[in-house]
Design a protein around this ligand. Structure first.
Ligand code: HGY
Ligand code: MN
Ligand code: MN
Length: 428
């Protein structure tokens, strides 16, 4: 039985699983409609918009319904605490609630809902917590509105300066501070939060797998080993605006052609380098059907298993773009808008999760450890805090799409695995 993107296949109809799993289904049902676009069936939960504010309200309700101490940090990240937030050595779990344009239901929310459900499960087990526990919702992980991923965790970790954050603008020219203010959050407090991160002893993020590795191994849950290096580059192709109906082909300086040649070159370079390259977003000026563009802006997302391959593919794409631009008399600017180096999750914590999970499954069955090309707040925070990730099987591997889904039984397996890990870390 799978939880379709559109909702719970059989609300509460799954196997009568432990406490956390039935609370999982009711939370899942409540969160599901927020920010879902009727036409596409995908999610449009962009940072600081109404849908994001509604998701944040949902998070606060869940926290307060469980008697957790709720707070919002200086960067707008939400926290729900069990125990003293100032005591230190806290075990933190959680993820994000925002989405990419027309994203799926699971990318982010699965981790947040599973965190609350895992706490319910631990309470059902009657465990004694020996360390503070917190559940987090990190703001603007996808960067769908302002173009930079993981803004909330980057700010907290000091990987995004306040000045650079203030320069972030959405497609309508609204700045990040303006958007935060409009959503009722004070933008003047944003900035590094080392004291807060110093009080965290371990951060474990559960996330739907964005790939098919677990489907191929036949496991419901896996552990992350690493996140590939990846980044976003903006290519600005400038030509000459003119009339589509009266300008001879020979007289044109059409940036759309150079953009198109660059997209094709990106695929060739990615194949050559054994990397990934995607031009998924474009902005055209003046964007008229009967007007040759003056400017075509294309955003490249590129990722690779190692830095050398990433460097090779991006260098190759930029070289090809410059050659095409030169030949066509097009001006080209290339700007790296964000970059995340390779993340190797801390081995001690990764192996501790492996031991905890291996100890409870069928004897001797180890939990697979897998890398990913998807970025996460856990990756950003890993520079400041020991972090680990759990992945839940995604039978098709499809993500950043309304078609993203995970089977109900696997979601329940994820809740139980997270509860086991939190018990092993915070209750021993
Ligand atoms: O882009 C990513 O990998 C993540 O979904 N932010
Ligand atoms: Mn995502
Ligand atoms: Mn995500």
């Amino acid at each position: 039985m799978s939880l379709p993107a559109g909702g719970v296949a059989n609300p509460g109809g799954g196997a009568a699983a432990p406490g956390g799993s039935s609370s999982f289904l009711s939370m899942w049902r409540e969160l599901l409609p927020i920010g879902r676009h009727r036409g596409s069936g995908g999610y449009r939960r962009y940072a600081w918009t109404g849908a994001d504010v509604d998701c944040r309200a949902w998070f606060r309700t869940q926290a307060e319904a469980r008697g957790l101490a709720y707070e919002v940090d200086r960067n707008g990240n939400q926290w729900a605490w069990l125990g003293d937030p100032l005591a230190g050595d806290a075990v933190v779990t959680g993820s994000h609630l925002d989405s990419v344009p027309d994203g799926g239901a699971f990318d982010g929310p699965l981790g947040v809902v599973s965190s609350f459900a895992a706490l319910d499960e631990l309470r059902r087990r009657g465990v004694e917590f020996t360390r503070p526990l917190a559940i987090g919702n990190f703001g603007d992980e996808e960067g769908a509105r302002f173009g930079l991923a993981c803004v909330g965790s980057r700010l907290a970790a000091g990987q995004l300066t306040v000045e650079a954050a203030h320069r972030l603008r959405d497609g309508d020219g609204i700045t990040l501070p303006q958007a935060m203010e409009a959503a009722g959050y004070d933008p003047d407090t944003i900035g590094p939060d080392p004291e807060r991160l110093a009080r965290i002893g371990a951060f474990v993020e559960l996330h739907v797998e964005q790939g098919r590795a677990l489907d191929l191994t036949g496991d419901p849950v896996g552990i992350a080993s690493a996140i590939w290096p990846h980044g976003r580059w903006r290519f600005d192709f400038r030509g000459e605006a003119n009339h589509a109906g009266t300008t001879r082909l020979a007289d044109r300086r059409d940036p759309m052609l150079t953009y198109a040649e660059t997209v094709l070159a990106a695929r060739r370079e990615a194949e050559l380098a054994g990397a990934l390259a995607t031009f998924g977003k474009i902005a055209v000026e003046p964007n008229g059907v009967n007007a040759i563009p003056s400017l075509v802006r294309g955003w490249l997302d590129s990722r690779a298993a190692d830095q050398d391959r990433l460097d090779a593919v991006v260098t190759g794409i930029e070289r090809a773009a410059r050659e095409h631009a030169e030949r066509a008399g097009i001006d080209l600017d290339v700007v790296r808008e964000s970059f995340t180096p390779v993340v190797e999750f801390e081995h001690a914590l990764r192996d501790e999760l492996g031991k905890i999970l291996a100890g409870r499954g069928d004897a001797g069955r180890t939990v697979p450890v897998l890398g990913t090309g998807a970025g996460h707040d856990a990756g950003i925070l890993s520079a400041s805090v020991p972090t680990a990730m759990l992945f839940v099987r995604n039978p098709t591997g499809v993500s950043h799409s309304p078609a993203e889904h995970a089977a109900e039984d696997d979601c329940v397996a994820g809740v139980v695995a997270l509860a086991d890990v939190l018990e092993g870390l915070a209750c021993s």
